[in-house]
Design a protein around this ligand. Structure first.
Ligand code: MMA
Ligand code: CA
Length: 254
């Protein structure tokens, strides 16, 4: 019985083996068929495809080359344009700088002119203001002070004004001095030699308009003044330190 079973098993095993082998051989043949199906499509038209790829590559290379060429040309043109533009810009910058410098110079010159014009105007205005204080009479200009000081200081003031204390050479001048109706220092002194009266220009006093009784001060009164202005003879000798108004004179034309 056991033998029978073994045999049956053997037969069954054999049968299964056969079937497996049959199946595997079928699979192999199927594989071969598949290979055979795949292989003809990929490997068989190998030569014509390679040519196409090669020509495509060539075309691509030519295209790339052309592109590179035109790109290079473009770059060169751009470079040229940039260089040209830059040099033009540099030239314009230089021109503008020169223009700016010129304008600056012009402006500075105008500023300087303006400043000197302002200075001149102020000086002229001051002169005009000063002129208003002077009175013209017979070729001379006269200035009568509005404050009082010593004879010496009054003379200094006249000198600073480009003038000197008044010198009286004529009756007209004497009358002119009187009409201010003020006690006025005039340019007359006997400080150097008592009794020897001299004008501030060094000339001796010849035409005399002493008030009656004058001069009477001796060494204590060495400076001349207009005093008794209601009389033509209005002069008085006076102590030089006393404070009085004064009258300056300068020639009208230099
Ligand atoms: C008097 C007279 C003048 C003199 C003065 C000095 C008022 O006048 O004597 O001659 O100069 O005094 O102040
Ligand atoms: Ca006197």
């Amino acid at each position: 019985m056991d033998q029978d079973y073994v045999n049956v098993d053997e037969i069954l095993g054999h049968h299964r083996r056969l079937k497996r082998e049959q199946k595997s051989s079928q699979d192999t043949s199927v594989n071969h068929e598949m290979i055979q199906i795949v292989q003809p499509e990929t490997t068989r038209p190998e030569l014509p495809d390679a040519e196409a790829v090669k020509s495509s590559c060539r075309a691509a290379a030519i295209l790339l080359g052309l592109l590179s060429f035109f790109l290079l040309i473009g770059l060169i043109i751009l470079g040229c344009l940039f260089t040209q533009g830059k040099s033009q810009w540099e030239m314009e910058t230089v021109t503008l700088q020169k223009l700016y410098n010129n304008v600056t110079r012009g402006r500075n010159q105008l500023q300087a002119n303006y400043n000197s014009a302002v200075k001149e105007r102020d000086e002229l205005q001051a002169k005009l203001q000063d002129c208003a204080n002077w009175v013209f009479f017979k070729g001379s200009l006269y200035y009568v002070s509005s404050n009082k000081t010593s004879w010496q200081n009054s003379r200094q003031d006249c000198l600073q004004r480009g003038a000197d204390l008044m010198i009286i050479n004529s009756q007209e001048e004497q009358n002119f001095a009187n009409q201010f109706k003020k006690y006025l220092w005039i340019g007359m002194t006997d400080s150097e030699t008592e009794g020897s009266w001299k004008w501030v220009d060094g000339t001796p006093v010849t035409t005399r308009y002493w008030n009656s009784g004058e001069p009477n001060g001796g060494i204590n009164e060495n400076c001349g003044q207009i005093k008794n202005y209601n009389s033509q003879n209005s002069w008085n000798d006076e102590n030089c330190s006393n404070l009085h108004f004064w009258i300056c004179e300068k020639r009208a034309s230099p």
